[in-house]
Design a protein. Structure first.
Length: 487
């Protein structure tokens, strides 16, 4: 399940966090034009409706049943989105929450099904008490995960009170695989497996073995769903990401922290140290890794002194340009909504705030209106998605650094990027490896070949590469301290 299927020349995933299905459906035309492979959408199943705090984003990580009316829209809207996006060759990956159901308490979910977390009763599936881990499986008195050094607790006890499914039983697997098969039959192409660390690898592979092939209306026959498993592994716990790499890709959380620390210059890190970035930094093999600068969790509750987000826009663009120009992992771009932080004692007390809207319904997306950030549409990021696509499969080449925070590298004649993360202008001749010709800087210009231009007047214009691949490149410091050229 580790391979993914994209339209030729596309590769990158965008997480349209908390977008409604109808908005994603219209965004797919833009995504197709700009070369995105796929969209990760918020959990689409029926979820709990939480009112204290009011309608947090995380209510969607508490499944009530596998029926499909959610805060993002109806089943029909979901299916319309999948079909429209597939027709444009932009595929849909869902956030797959199958480790657990809700926390304690009872109520009615977003599609009208009742549930009772205390009684472990979910008639909308149906699941009953026998489908959940209890004292026989989980060794702690509280029923909670208390020690991340004990893999049995991590897999069989509750994560923050969430009722923990017995994923090893045929019945539970049939329900969760049945849910995924319903989506696959509608045209869904992949799954972000939420809380994979809290599921036994054998249960994950047994469940995925029950999946249908992808819908032959859009995918070559015999194509399997893609899966990337969310395993948060900083290297210090009993469960490691490598236990899951045989099943599919695995999230590499160190990627966002490491690149964040480098761009911020934390702990004496320097851009020049990136010359062997990836496996050389002790991270997962790039062919197993699923990577991102930030995700919906780390941008709220991660180490906010390391992780970069849209709030540090200039450094964020540097970090994204590096990950898209480099060759490591399967890259996902975050697309966020704005919320007002309330940082006290180093923690954001507003991290729960749900998407823009009111009374638990979500507003229509208008990119750059102050509510919807749309990082995936930032020129510096979307043009680097193109660079990434053009360079796909071409190894890193022509490395240069100054021993500090200025680096440059190419992609075997397909692209070349210079990053100046220091004070003062950088201007010199570089060996780019590019074919002779005139190029535009895609960080500041809209297009990659002359006549270079843009709407806002930021375009740095043409760069000449001579017959031996040399180019004089000047990179200012400050805002957008990068020049990127590609064929
Ligand atoms: C994930 N990956 O493994 C998601 O990326 C993460 O966002 C989810 O947590 C988590 N696993 C469970 O799917 C979020 C959020 C939690 C929230 C849960 C469930 O970060 O804060 O927990 O979703 O909604 C909340 C309360 C917590 C309470 C729990 C159960 O914050 O205090 O625990 O609900 O009622 C008693
Ligand atoms: Ca579990």
């Amino acid at each position: 399940f580790g391979t993914y299927y994209c339209q030729s020349g596309r590769d990158v995933v965008v997480h349209l966090f908390e977008w409604k299905w109808a908005d994603i459906q219209s965004e797919c035309s833009w995504l197709a034009e700009h070369g995105y492979c796929a969209v990760q959408v918020s959990p689409p199943m029926e979820h709990r409706i939480v009112t204290d705090p009011p309608y947090p984003w995380w209510q969607r990580y508490q499944p009530v049943s596998y029926s499909m009316n959610s805060r993002s829209g109806s089943e029909q809207q979901f299916r319309d989105m999948v079909e429209a996006c597939n027709d444009l060759g932009v595929y849909i990956y869902i956030d797959d929450v199958i480790n657990h159901m809700t926390g304690g308490g009872a109520g009615v979910g977003s599609d009208g099904s009742s549930f009772d977390g205390d009684a472990r009763d979910y008639p909308g599936v149906p699941f009953g008490p026998f489908d959940f881990n209890g004292p026989e499986q989980c060794p702690t008195a509280s029923g909670e995960i208390e020690d991340y050094g004990d893999p049995i607790q991590v897999r069989n006890c509750m994560l923050v009170g969430l009722r923990d499914l017995r994923g090893g039983t045929a019945y539970v697997q049939d329900q969760t695989a049945g849910y995924m098969n319903k989506l696959i039959d509608w045209g869904v192409a992949g799954f972000r497996l939420d809380a994979a660390k809290h599921m036994w690898p054998a249960d994950v592979s047994d469940t995925f073995a029950k999946l249908h092939d992808l819908n032959a209306q859009w995918f070559p026959s015999g194509t399997k769903a893609y899966v990337y498993q969310e395993v948060i592994d900083w290297g210090s716990e009993a469960v490691s990401g490598s236990e899951y790499t045989g099943i599919g890709r695995v999230t590499e959380f160190r990627h966002g922290k490491n690149i964040g620390d480098v761009v911020r210059k934390n702990f004496g890190q320097r851009m020049s140290y990136l010359s062997n970035y990836g496996e050389g930094w002790g991270q997962l093999n790039g062919l197993d890794a699923f990577v991102f600068i930030d995700n919906h969790d780390t941008q709220r509750t991660g180490d906010l002194n390391s992780i970069l987000t849209f709030r540090q826009s200039n450094m964020y663009k540097i970090a994204n340009a590096f990950q898209l120009a480099w060759q490591y992992g399967h890259v996902r771009i975050m697309s966020s909504y704005y919320w007002q932080q309330d940082i006290q004692d180093g923690r954001d007390h507003n991290e729960w705030i749900g998407p823009p809207g009111s009374g638990g319904s979500t507003s229509d997306v208008v990119c750059f209106d102050g509510d919807w950030i749309c990082e995936h549409r930032w020129r510096q990021i979307s043009n680097m998605v193109r660079f990434h696509n053009v360079a796909l499969g071409y190894p890193v080449s022509n490395w240069w650094d100054n021993g500090g925070d200025r680096i440059a590298f190419g992609r075997s004649g397909r692209g070349f990027i210079v990053i100046n993360n220091e004070n003062g202008e950088l201007s010199q001749s570089f060996s780019t490896g590019l074919p002779e010709g005139q190029y535009c800087d895609v960080i500041t210009c809209d297009n990659n070949r002359p006549p270079c231009g843009d709407s806002g007047g930021a375009c740095r214009g043409e760069f000449s590469v001579d017959g031996s691949g040399q180019a004089l490149i000047t990179v200012p410091a400050g805002e957008d301290p990068m020049v990127a050229l590609h064929v």
